[in-house]
Design a protein around this ligand. Structure first.
Ligand SMILES: C[S@@+](CC[C@H](N)C(=O)[O-])C[C@H]1O[C@@H](n2cnc3c(N)ncnc32)[C@H](O)[C@@H]1O
Length: 279
């Protein structure tokens, strides 16, 4: 499952034992999580409804409104509860950047790479469907899924733009908070998508790292002084994560307050990274 070039760099960075346990974990079945859409239903009420249908759920210690989907008699996305917008299927690690950003109902927030809307809808939930979210993505097909998800989940505080985030200045708005869940090599998704690490190479990683810097720079230009930006990727590559964080600190003069990695074998999640930074 791991290409030689990735395995070598992971061993150098994380050590042999860590990589062996990573390899063992990604051979197992990926376990899904659901985020309860608290705009529409209380977590315990949804849990009861799904358990009555035979779903086995486990509480998530870090997120009071999320459950691990331990067993499903049929796809949860085929349930009435899903269609009614009571839940969103989302990896636990993917919930963390929004929790760190902590957007408030009175704030103007940018989701600079938004489709298909997992994090936009999470932000709207924390904002109680108030304030404003500008959500943008340059991929129209993915935006269709985004709009469908926002509609299903009852999100009303979001304006969606089909725009390249590098051109975000065009909106003429300064933001209190920004999430840049950047396009990336997605090497961290290998537990869920077993062939991912065969499909990418280091050249692609570097291409993404360069695009991510461009997007970070454009985002910081529209962040209010003192504003917070959370940068995240589902990549495990240093060039897309630590290196870009250090670059943002040095070149964009951001103050880094926290960085965090998630790994399948230690966190029961996809591989994921985020950095919390202040202007
Ligand atoms: C990691 S995905 C975003 C996932 C989303 N935040 C969520 O939680 O559902 C990255 C997104 O960036 C978009 N993208 C790539 N280049 C972009 C650019 N220059 N400007 C805006 N969006 C871009 C891709 O189309 C993709 O939808």
């Amino acid at each position: 499952m791991l290409k030689r070039e990735f395995e070598k760099s992971y061993v150098e960075r994380f050590g042999k034992d860590f990589v062996n346990s990573f390899i063992e974990k990604i051979k197992t079945n990926y376990c899904q999580y659901i985020r309860v859409n608290t705009l529409k239903i209380k977590p315990d009420v949804l849990r009861k409804r799904l358990e009555e249908k035979g779903f086995v759920l486990e509480s998530v210690k870090e997120v009071g409104y999320a459950f691990k989907l331990v067993d499903e008699p049929f796809a949860v996305s085929s349930t009435e509860e899903y269609l009614l917008g009571y839940l969103y299927l989302q990896d636990k690690a993917s919930m963390m950047p929004v929790i760190e950003l902590n957007p408030k109902p009175v704030e103007i927030v940018l989701d600079a790479a938004c489709a298909p809307g997992g994090k936009t809808s999470h932000m709207a939930q924390l904002m109680n469907n108030e304030g404003v979210i500008a959500a943008m993505d340059d991929n129209l097909d993915r935006l269709k899924a985004h709009l469908f998800n926002l509609q299903r989940l009852g999100i009303k505080n979001t304006a969606t733009f089909n725009l390249n985030a590098s051109k975000v200045k065009k909106l003429g708005v300064l933001f209190d908070k920004i999430l840049l869940d950047a396009p990336c090599s997605a090497t961290g998704t290998v537990w869920r998508e077993k062939k991912r690490l065969k499909a990418v190479n280091k050249h692609e990683v570097l291409k993404h790292a360069s695009l991510q810097k461009k997007m970070l720079k454009a985002c910081v230009e529209v962040l209010k002084p003192g504003g917070v930006i959370v940068y995240s990727t589902c990549s495990l590559e240093k060039e897309e994560n630590e290196d870009n964080t250090v670059w943002a600190e040095k070149t964009l003069k951001l103050k880094v307050s926290k960085t965090k990695y998630f790994f399948p074998q230690t966190d029961d999640t996809i591989g994921f990274y985020y950095a919390v930074m202040k202007k």
